[in-house]
Design a protein. Structure first.
Length: 246
């Protein structure tokens, strides 16, 4: 099945107003590749300003709270992020699962809250190096995915991002065969839960994707784009990845 490629930059805790020029530049690159859906998930402090300068790209957030409002000092609801100009949200990134103690249940609840606020969702899953070395990566990540899926999961508002934790920001990636096997396993797991919707749902690869390896990664059958970290911070580095998707 043909699925439109989705390439999203995750700026993490990077970006001040001075970097808005890069948002504009990436928006221009996105306009040159209309077959590719391109976005940037920026810090919450930049969402409103970035949404005004995004060009052909979309702007997203990096997390949201599972509740719509309440006594949650320092947190942001999905509705707040949508009002600021976000169109997508990342949930379940390993840096939040590990550092913030987020569980699969938390991730599912956040995804559901985002959908209720009108946002689209990128749901992240991935394994540690110990799990990979033990030969359990596909079973562990598939189980994590199924436990993290929100109610009503569907391809028109949800995408999955597979990010091997040990590959994020390290320059290391699994072999192409391992990436292909994992993405196929995740699609099979989706099919077991949501049936035919699994064929349409996009599964992104994340973890040291760059201009040198993007084309080979995105040529794999079940790799429908990328969730890109450091290489998305500048148009110069992000543009080759967007071009590879097109």
């Amino acid at each position: 099945m043909s699925r439109r490629k989705l390439v999203v930059g995750n700026w993490k805790m990077n970006g001040l107003k001075a970097q808005l020029a890069e948002v504009e530049a990436i928006g221009r690159v996105a306009a040159e590749h209309p077959a590719v859906e391109v976005g940037l998930c920026v810090p919450a402090t930049l969402i409103m300003a970035a949404a005004e300068r995004k060009g052909a790209a979309f702007i997203g957030g990096q997390d949201c709270h599972m509740n719509a409002s309440g006594a949650h000092t320092g947190c942001l609801s999905a509705e707040m992020l949508a009002e600021a100009g976000a169109e997508w949200i990342i949930v379940g990134h390993s840096e939040r699962r590990e550092a913030q103690g987020e569980t699969d249940e938390h991730v599912a609840a956040k995804a559901f809250a985002a959908k209720a606020a009108g946002l689209k969702v990128i749901l992240c899953v991935g394994e540690s190096l110990d799990v990979r070395d033990a030969g359990d990566a596909e079973s562990v990540v598939s189980a994590q995915l199924l436990a993290s899926l929100p109610e009503g999961a569907a391809a028109d508002w949800l995408a999955i991002a597979y990010e091997p934790i040990w590959a994020i920001g390290t320059g290391r990636i699994p072999t192409m065969e391992a990436v292909a096997a994992m993405h196929a396993a995740l699609r099979a797991s989706l099919a077991s839960r949501i049936g035919g919707q699994a064929d349409a749902m996009r599964i992104l690869y994340g973890g040291s994707m760059n201009g040198d390896n993007a084309a080979e990664l995105m040529a794999l059958a079940d790799v429908d784009g990328g969730l890109v970290g450091g290489a998305s911070l500048t148009a110069e580095k992000f543009a080759p990845i967007i071009a590879a998707a097109g």
